[in-house]
Every structure is written in C-alpha cells, then in structure tokens.
Ligand binder design. Structure first.
Ligand code: ZN
Length: 521
C-alpha cells in the first residue's frame, strides 16, 4: 500500500500530461495522416491471398513493419509457425489488438470489378476481407505508440494475428499457451459492411463449434474380381453421413452441422482402403457442442463397425461462441458515433450497386449510418463461428465491425473480395483504425474503466459459465493444412503481388478502371 501511495502521484502526473479529449483529437488526425500507409497495407495483404496456417508472406510483411516501428516481435508462438505477438511499451494496462489474416479457397477476384473475374483462376482470394484487419489494427497501434511516447503514457500494446480463422484453428491454442494471461483488454476488429459493436451474445447469430476430421481405414481389393476381399473405407464414410442425417431429426434445432468428404478413394475399380470426412458441429454453448462432438464420435465408430473398418479422428479446430464485454462495447460505441461512416463517392456506390445487382442481392448500395449498439437478443439462433470466442471467455473483449465491404453479399466467396482493395476498403479501414485507437486511449487513461470491464467479466459473464477448452491434451494445431493448395497457387499469385514502390494502388497496378461494371442493357 505504502509503495502504491508513494508512486501513484508520479504516475498520475505522467498520465495527465494531455487530456483524454485532446489525445483523442490527436489520434484521429494521426490516423488520417497514415491513410496512404493504411491503403498500402490493405492492398498488399489482399495481393498475398494466403490461406489459413500458410500466411507466410503476410506475417513476414506485417512483423517487418512492426519491428521497423519499434515493436518487439516473438514469432512461432503456440506451436504455429505463422503466429506471432508484437509488443510495445511497459506496465499496465495491457491492451491487445487482434484480427484475422487468412483468405478463402477459390475466391480470387479482381478488385473494383463488379462481376466474377479472378486474378488467378481457381486460386485463393480475400473473399472474406481479412486483408483489411491488420491495416486497421497496425495503423491504430502505430498512432497509439506515438502518443504514448510523446505523452509518457504507461501501458503495453500487443498485436496478435488471427491465424487460420477460417479453420477456427488457432485461438484455443493461443489461450492454452497462456498468451493472454497478462492481457487486460482485447480489442478485436473484423471487416463488415456496417459500423457496429455488440456485447453479450450480440444479435444471437453466433455459434461455437468443433471441427473434426474422421479417417476410416479399410482394405483394398479389386472391385470387380474380388470385392469380397475388400473392406471399403468409403462405405464407412457414407454410413456415417447417413447415420448423422437420420439422427439430425432428434437434435436441438440450434445445431448446425455440415461436412465435406475430403478423401473418397482413388478410382472405382479399387475398393477404397482409405477415406475421410470432415465435420463441423455447431451449437450455442460448450455443453451442447461437446454433446454433438461425442455423438459424432459414436456414429463414426458405429459406421466403422458396420463396414468392418476402423476409424480415428482429429480435432482440427474449435471455437467457443463469442461473448463480448458490455463496458468496452459501450465505450467503443461512443467512439464509432464520434468517427461516423466514411464518405462514399459516387464511384463507390456505383460499384456496390452493380455488384448487388450482378449477384441478385438487394440493391441498396453502401450504408450511410452507423448502427445502434447491439444488445443481446433473448433467444439466440446461432450461425457462424469465430475462434476469438475462446479469447472472449478468458479476457474482457469486444469485436469492432468496421465498414469496409459491400452489404448483402453471400460471404466466403468472390463477391466479398470485390471491394477489398478499393477505396471502400481503404476508407472503411481508416475509420476502423480511428475507433481502435480511441477505444484503446479510453482504457489506457482510465484505469477505473479497466476495472469496470473486469467486474462485468467476473460478475456477469463468467458468473455461471466457466471456460473449458475443447482441446484434448494431445491436440495440436493443424499447421500442415492448406499447404498443398498454397504451394500450387503461390507461384502464380506471386506475379501479382502489389508493389507500392511502383504503383500508388493495387487497382493502378492491375490496370483496373474504378469501378468496372457491366454496361447497362
Ligand atoms: Zn472472418
């Protein structure tokens, strides 16, 4: 106590060299000054187009920028080669930024073009818009670092990459590795077509999940001359799928489960000795997800028996349903209102409407107003998942949705890449960076707000629910995933990497007129 009393006045004096409103004003101006930097990051990462766990160029590029700017970088954390943590500053509070890096298979698309026109046919592309998140967070972090240094502000900034988010493949491992142990507040950011934040379960459209691959092993034989000698692993896969689909009728409607057959054998005249199927089991909470996981294992074992084969499985991803902190969300929402929507040009709106028309979506262009603070709904329906959920159950966290994409798109496909290296993504990322910087300042300068966020975390969020990992002791990150796909496409994609030394924008490098839309009939 005595030490605290002795040191406190000194710390307070240091923290009060500039007022919060003055620092916020300065932060907004600094983010605006970095617009070209932000645009280049958005464009550069878009051009890398790397799938989950293979974010090699992307991570090299971002950590290079951070090191050049005085951040300490630790690479290969949590047993994941493309994962890292960048740190600046000392002491409390520790504020962490996180956002995703990876892209989507087969989503290659020329930016600014309102119809399907891939850069490299069949290649991965940023059909989710994850290329913009690091531009948002790194811009905010650089501005924050400058203000902290100039004003002698105590505190630590950390930046984390959302490696392999599309595979729900990294965050449970980050948590298990203790990467968030000393973190006080987590500010996540994710691309959206709107400017919003939420707390609790938000609009209720989140599920948690386990992602599991089942490998069946049979016995090969000539499929015509001696089929009775063989035992088909593919039969077992099909029996498992049929079994699951019968059982589906008797599972809570909140479940979502889906699969792809990742190995169906080699050719019809060989009884498949190896076959594999990959399931996502989604539900609203840990208990129900765990039940689906157990049921999946039972049905797989039963199918293996029916076909006289054997089966083993591998957990390749998992995610708790996210739950966001009310105190941080309220502070963040004020900053969203303060920053406001980007000013869209006629060209931006033309692109948005042409794309909406092209894919048969509602044609209403880009959003012009920020969304109200989203309060938790009474009856969540579930939907997609994000493995930041695991972090949100360990540290007070929110997820900023910043307006860098076009509304009414299908998600996870080429239309979602169209805006992602255009002024829509550039302006939306600048707006997002402002909110990320302002919200960090709120918590850096107001220790009582950090305390309030933790009070909510302890007395409301985790009052009855306690985090348990889905990971078994032997589960390891699936770092070999996407390797072959990326090796196949990287040489082609490399020819189209953005070169900011020669071109102001990626649109300019690709020679794309903005916007490029189909002629009106
Ligand atoms: Zn995402």
């Amino acid at each position: 106590m005595l030490l605290g009393a002795l040191f406190l006045p000194g710390i307070l004096a240091a923290q009060q060299t500039a007022s919060l409103p003055a620092l916020k004003q300065k932060a907004t101006e600094e983010v605006d000054r970095l617009q070209t930097f932000t645009q280049q990051m958005v464009d550069q990462i878009f051009s890398f187009s790397e799938l989950g766990f293979q974010e090699v160029e992307t991570s090299r590029y971002i950590t290079g920028i951070l090191e050049k700017n005085g951040f300490q970088v630790e690479r290969g954390v949590a047993g994941i080669p493309t994962a890292w943590v960048a740190t600046y500053g000392t002491g409390k509070p520790v504020i962490a930024y996180i956002t995703d890096l990876d892209c989507i298979p087969r989503a290659s698309q020329k930016p600014g073009v309102a119809y399907h026109d891939p850069i490299v046919a069949g290649a991965p592309g940023h059909g989710e818009g994850h290329n913009s998140g690091m531009a948002v967070n790194v811009t905010a972090a650089l501005v924050l670092k400058k203000l902290m240094a100039e004003n002698h502000l105590a505190g630590t900034i950390k930046i984390f990459p959302g490696v392999a988010e599309e595979l729900l493949g990294s965050k449970a491992f980050y948590v298990r590795a203790g990467l968030f142990k000393d973190v006080d507040i987590v500010l996540g950011s994710h691309v959206e077509s709107e400017f919003s934040t939420a707390y609790g379960t938000g609009n209720g459209e989140w599920s948690g999940l386990v992602s599991v691959q089942y490998f069946f092993h049979g016995k090969a034989a000539h499929a015509a001359s001696a089929p009775w000698e063989g035992r088909s692993a593919l039969d077992a896969v099909e029996l498992m799928d049929t079994g699951w689909d019968f059982r589906r009728e008797h599972i809570r409607p909140a479940q979502r489960s889906h699969r792809v057959i990742i190995n169906g054998g080699d050719q019809p005249n060989v009884v498949p000795s190896e076959a594999a199927v990959w399931y996502y089991f989604r539900e609203l909470d840990y208990k129900h997800i765990k039940e689906l996981y157990d049921l999946g294992n039972t049905i797989a074992d039963s199918a293996a028996k029916m076909a006289s084969t054997t089966v083993d499985h591998r957990l390749v991803g998992s995610a708790w349903p996210p739950f966001y902190n009310k105190v941080i969300a309220e502070a963040q929402h004020k900053n969203i209102e303060e920053v406001g929507m980007p000013k869209w040009s006629e060209a931006d709106q033309t692109l948005a409407k042409a794309l909406q028309k092209e894919i048969g979506a509602k044609v209403d262009g880009l959003k012009e107003k920020v969304e109200p603070l989203s309060e938790p709904v009474k009856n969540p329906t579930g939907g997609g998942s994000d493995d930041v959920g695991d972090i949100s159950w360990n540290v007070p966290m929110v997820y900023l949705m910043y307006p860098a994409n076009i509304p009414n798109l299908p998600g996870h496909s080429w239309p979602n890449a169209v805006a992602m290296a255009t002024p829509i993504a550039h302006k939306g990322s600048t707006a997002g960076a402002k909110v990320q910087a302002l919200t960090a300042l709120d918590f850096l300068l107001q220790p009582q707000l950090v305390q309030a966020a933790w009070d909510y975390f302890r007395t409301v969020q985790t009052k009855d629910v306690h985090y348990e990992t889905f990971l078994g002791a032997d589960d390891k990150p699936a770092i070999e995933m996407n390797k072959e796909k990326m090796e196949k496409f990287a040489p082609e994609l490399k020819k189209f990497y953005y070169d900011p030394a020669r071109y102001k924008t990626y649109l300019e490098q690709l020679g794309i007129m903005y916007p490029t839309v189909k002629a009106q009939p």
